[in-house]
Design a protein around this ligand. Structure first.
Ligand SMILES: [Zn+2]
Ligand SMILES: [Zn+2]
Length: 284
């Protein structure tokens, strides 16, 4: 179990921190396949037209080997004997059994991750989380090279340039006048530039953003849109991206936002289910 000042101060995050650490440990132990770097010139016109890298036929990044890494990760978690979370071993062994029955499963996991809604796979919430953990590793050399190649000013879109997901969080970097806002993908881990003001969830021009700062959390704030009520948790700092952009490390901000009537429109691998009010209108 990790000992981090953040977790000392937020004891209620320890179960999810433990889960994340265990899955990362297992992912580090499987055979790492490596996605080949695409020819950027083949992809350039799709990039300029707003086609995410993984959806581009011209870039032709094959996610299928990443799908095989997902199968290996699920099997490894299923056979873990000393698990911090017993339910994880039980859930993953049920999932591993079901995946073995699926035809062409590595290919279909890849298509499932890219949003093909015709692909129905077992335990989709858990699978999506585990699958992105493995596939983000498979893609790491590509996402790194992509970050070096792409001209951020020519994207500035609300969805991830690599995988097309909506952002999970945002980050403010640098100092004025050159201060920038990056959006952060909760799936593949890409960070990309977006306009400083403006809402990534609605594209009306008249949108206004407001901020909620939380006294005890100087590095984090909640930016929300007055036209669609969507909010984005924002890390106002640099150097601790690994923890503070992980989404799970700030689940308490989602609770605060929910209490203020804001809507989570951001993408998330963590199925966020705020506690239901006894007389609330929401039914799960
Ligand atoms: Zn992404
Ligand atoms: Zn909005």
């Amino acid at each position: 179990m990790m000992h981090d000042p953040w977790l000392e101060a937020h004891a209620y995050l320890r179960p999810v921190a433990g889960l994340s650490a265990e899955v990362n440990r297992a992912a580090a132990g499987i055979e790492g396949l490596v996605a080949p770097i695409p020819d950027w010139e083949d992809y350039r016109s799709d990039y300029l037209a707003g086609v995410p890298l993984l959806s581009s036929a011209a870039a032709a990044v094959d996610l299928e080997p990443g799908g095989r890494m997902v199968e290996a990760l699920v099997s490894r978690l299923a056979s873990a004997t000393s698990s911090d979370a017993e339910w994880l071993a039980a859930e993953t062994s049920a999932l591993a059994t079901e995946l073995r029955r699926e035809p062409q499963v590595s290919r279909r996991i890849a298509e499932f991750l890219l949003g093909d809604e015709t692909i129905i796979l077992p335990s989709p919430g858990l699978l999506r989380y585990l699958a992105w953990t493995a596939v983000a590793r498979y893609l790491r050399p590509v996402t790194k090279a992509f970050g070096e190649w792409r001209d951020e000013e020519k994207w500035l879109r609300r969805y991830c340039p690599t995988c097309g997901s909506l952002p999970a969080m945002a980050q403010l970097v640098g100092a004025d006048p050159g201060r920038k806002r990056l959006l952060s993908c909760g799936c593949c881990g890409t960070r990309w530039q977006f306009k400083r003001t403006g809402c990534p969830f609605c594209e009306t021009d008249a949108q206004r953003l407001s901020s909620v700062t939380i006294e005890e959390e100087p590095g984090l704030r909640i930016d929300h849109c007055e036209s669609c009520s969507g909010y984005l948790k924002t890390y106002d700092g640099e150097g601790n991206e690994h923890l503070l952009l992980s989404d799970w490390s700030s689940l308490h901000l989602d609770l605060i936002a929910h209490d203020r009537g804001l809507k989570r429109l951001a993408g998330s691998l963590f199925e966020f289910e705020p506690a239901r009010q006894p007389n609330g209108g929401e039914v799960s």
